[in-house]
Design a binder for this molecule. Structure first.
Ligand code: ZN
Length: 369
């Protein structure tokens, strides 16, 4: 494979924009230089690390529900509508849905997903089959149908970790079992936590502890949502250095409210972004950023360059680090990059009306958009 050269403005490993070029060989970044490229570039533009979608439920894609008619529990709770519809859905339809959800993300710069795959061993096997046929990588956090040692042991062959719903959905006995598995077997665990106020209230009522306190006792890799932290939840998360995957668009659409973005970002907590259920949202992180800017800052003019840079870092290299992917633009790493049109003065311009991704590159694969 010959050397491929890209030139323009490059967001380097320290997240500074430099004028220069990037050379890749066999899908690996070989050289990053300042100034004019030594050979003709195959593409010019603003070059950034790719997006990582750190939380999805890809198989929901074909489900169509009128969200405003249902509560969060009715929609996505353990016996909720989503799960009934997933059970009724044929294998082919599920496969097709997952493929479409992956393609939608890839066309918008997502080279890696981290999916919470429901449906036990069968569900995880299905995603494993589909992901073989796609360029973006999918980290699979599977969900056992029952919390038993044989079920989890079997499931382990197909997954990168366990992706669980809220601690509220498990008995104390089951939680002890999960904790034992994560401690002894080096099995990664991630959970939804404090998604709704109701869930927090239930947790306090049942156990005297918050959902976050109980989730952290399990030693999780990361928590998803944290829309409603109470008491010292955020301080505990910071102290234990547990990353949070925020999904504000999903929280807004399911009616649970929005997470306190500024508060969370002011703390020393690693933050990633996810798009959650594919029946609710597109799998595009660019759409998530667009939503965040509109909801929290009104428009692109009003968000500071520094805040946007931090958000962009969260949605690319921070999300990557949390799910175990190195997509920093650095010599020796896989070429996981996006090339945006036009040479622009600052990163925020990505969100301008005419922003456009020219191409998404993962390793040796180039997808022109
Ligand atoms: Zn979720």
């Amino acid at each position: 494979m010959s050397i491929r050269c890209f030139s323009g403005k490059i967001l380097d490993k320290d997240f500074n924009l430099i004028d220069g070029y990037l050379e890749a060989e066999n899908g690996i970044i070989k050289k990053i230089g300042r100034g004019n490229p030594p050979k003709n570039p195959i593409m010019e533009g603003l070059i950034t690390p790719s997006f990582i979608n750190a939380h999805t439920h890809l198989a929901d894609y074909p489900i169509n529900l009128n969200l405003s008619e249902y509560s969060l529990a009715e929609l996505v709770g353990p016996n909720g509508l989503k799960h009934t519809k997933l059970k009724d859905m044929g294998l082919k339809e599920k496969q097709k849905g997952i493929k479409k959800a992956i393609d939608n993300g890839f066309a918008h710069g997502v080279t890696h997903f981290c999916d919470f795959r429901e449906g036990g061993i069968k569900g995880s096997k299905l995603l494993n089959e589909v992901k073989k046929q796609k360029i973006p990588n999918v980290k699979l956090f599977g969900r056992p149908n029952k919390i038993t040692t044989p079920e989890i042991e079997k499931l382990k062959k197909y997954i990168d970790g366990l992706g669980l719903s809220s601690v509220n959905d498990f008995s104390p006995n089951e939680l002890t079992k999960i904790k034992k598995k994560s401690g002894n077997n080096n099995l990664k665990i991630a959970l939804h936590a404090a998604e709704s106020e109701k869930g927090q209230k239930k947790s306090i009522k049942d156990t005297g502890k918050t959902e976050i306190e109980r989730a952290i006792e399990l030693g999780p890799e990361f928590l998803v949502h944290v829309t409603h932290p109470i008491k010292n939840d955020l301080e505990l998360i910071e102290e234990k250095n547990v990353p949070i995957i925020l999904c504000p668009r999903s929280n807004y659409k399911t009616g649970v409210g929005l997470p306190s973005l500024e508060k969370i970002m002011s703390l020393n907590i690693p933050i990633g972004l996810g798009t959650d259920n594919a029946m609710i949202n597109t799998t595009s992180i660019l759409d998530e950023l667009d939503f965040i800017i509109k909801k929290y800052y009104d428009n692109t003019e009003k968000i500071s360059k520094e805040r946007f840079k931090k958000l962009f870092k969260s949605s690319t290299v921070e999300s990557g680090k949390i799910i175990g992917v190195n997509n920093r633009i650095k010599v020796g790493t896989e070429t996981n990059i996006m090339v945006f049109e036009d040479k622009v003065e600052n990163l925020k311009s990505i969100m301008d009306q005419n922003r456009k991704i020219k191409a998404v590159i993962k390793g040796e694969n180039i997808q022109n958009v």
